[in-house]
Ligand binder design. Structure first.
Ligand code: NAP
Length: 320
């Protein structure tokens, strides 16, 4: 009898300990790094791709909260207008707008950039955040494999079209959202469009490696311009990213307690965009608001240069 009472009492002590002590410590651990900068962005102009949901939306909310004029560059305008409205309400910043950008269509990218350059004189922060993962084999409007087309080539072209504006607005920053998954990537120059063999997990990894190599080469080319470019892994974040895999989508939703929230996942993007100590840091890879380890493939200068040339060729642009 005494043993039973003892067990019940122990249970009563254990449950609150678990709920009020262990769980918050665990959640803080999962949340990872936090951007501690209190930098204000009044008068600054920010473009964030894929900002109608997930990490992009929370990045937009944070930067709007700091006073920036924020443009949500999105393909789904109904979702984007809703997100913009929500961010205006929660931050009190009325300078948050949604504009059409489909990274799977170079015509749409060119139209977005053309309209932006007509409407805005300056661009201080460009966050290349949008991404797709685990897509069944498909191609963009221009015939690029979807992961490569959206995650890498779309952002490559967008940055190219906005680079002069960024230079004229210096100091300015470009932030590329990559992933830890870049470690599994290779740049398969002999089959960039995955026509000979295709694996959707690897296609995502390859495109995220391309983000790292693009950052490396762009940083080299931007030296002395006052424009920096850095790349990051946001952590494992509860978002709509696994939407193309029914199984992973369910697993993601069921295990959200063990994943970062989108606001937690946005911290490293915000850090790269505003942290005072990164003012002249360029070409680096971050995770949890601190420098992180880049795979050997991501540090290969020759591959970075070759990818640059091939990307220009595929997009029909000259970018010296
Ligand atoms: N979640 C993670 O655990 C994780 C881990 C590592 C890296 N990342 C990276 O973080 C970034 C943001 O992902 P997330 O987790 O926030 O995913 P998400 O919730 O799925 O958000 C992705 C965003 O990209 C947009 N997008 C997709 N295709 C597009 C296109 N063709 N044109 C324009 N926008 C497009 C989506 O718009 P729609 O809503 O219209 O589709 C959405 O706004 C991605 O680059 C991803 O690779 C995420």
């Amino acid at each position: 009898m005494l043993g039973f009472v003892g067990s019940v009492l122990a249970l009563f002590a254990f449950v609150p300990l678990l709920v009020f002590v262990v769980a918050p410590i665990f959640r803080k651990f999962i949340a990872g790094g936090v951007c501690k900068s209190a930098a204000k962005l009044n008068g600054k102009v920010v473009v964030i791709t894929g900002a109608n949901t997930g990490i992009g939306k929370e990045t937009a909310r944070d930067l709007a909260g700091r006073g920036a004029k924020v443009i949500l560059a999105c393909r789904d305008m109904a979702k984007a207008e809703k997100a913009a409205c929500e961010i205006r309400t929660t931050t009190g910043n009325q300078q948050v707008t949604a504009k059409k950008l489909d990274l799977a269509d170079t015509k749409s990218i060119r139209e977005f950039a053309e309209n932006f350059l007509k409407e805005e004189k300056e661009l201080h922060i460009l966050i290349n955040n949008a991404g797709v993962m685990l897509c069944p084999y498909s191609k963009t409007a221009d015939g690029f494999e979807m992961h490569l087309g959206v995650n890498h080539l779309g952002h490559f072209l967008l940055t190219f079209l906005l680079i002069d504006c960024l230079k004229q607005s210096a100091p300015a920053r470009i932030v590329n959202v990559s992933s830890l998954a870049h470690h599994g990537g290779r740049i398969r120059f002999h089959d960039l469009q995955g026509e000979k063999s295709y694996n959707r997990s690897l296609a995502y990894c390859h495109s995220k490696l391309a983000n790292i190599l693009f950052t490396r080469e762009l940083a080299r080319r931007l030296q002395g311009t006052g424009v920096t470019v850095n790349v990051l892994h946001p952590g494992t974040v509860s978002s709509e990213l696994p939407r193309h895999s029914a199984i992973l989508d369910i697993v993601w939703k069921r295990s959200s307690f063990f994943l970062k929230t989108p606001a937690e996942g946005a911290q490293t993007s915000v850090y790269c965009a505003v942290a005072e100590e990164l003012e002249s840091v360029s070409g680096k890879y971050f995770s949890d608001c601190k420098p992180a380890y880049v795979s050997p493939q991501g540090r290969n200068e020759e591959t970075a240069k070759k990818l640059w040339d091939v990307s220009c060729e595929l997009l029909g642009i000259h970018w010296d």
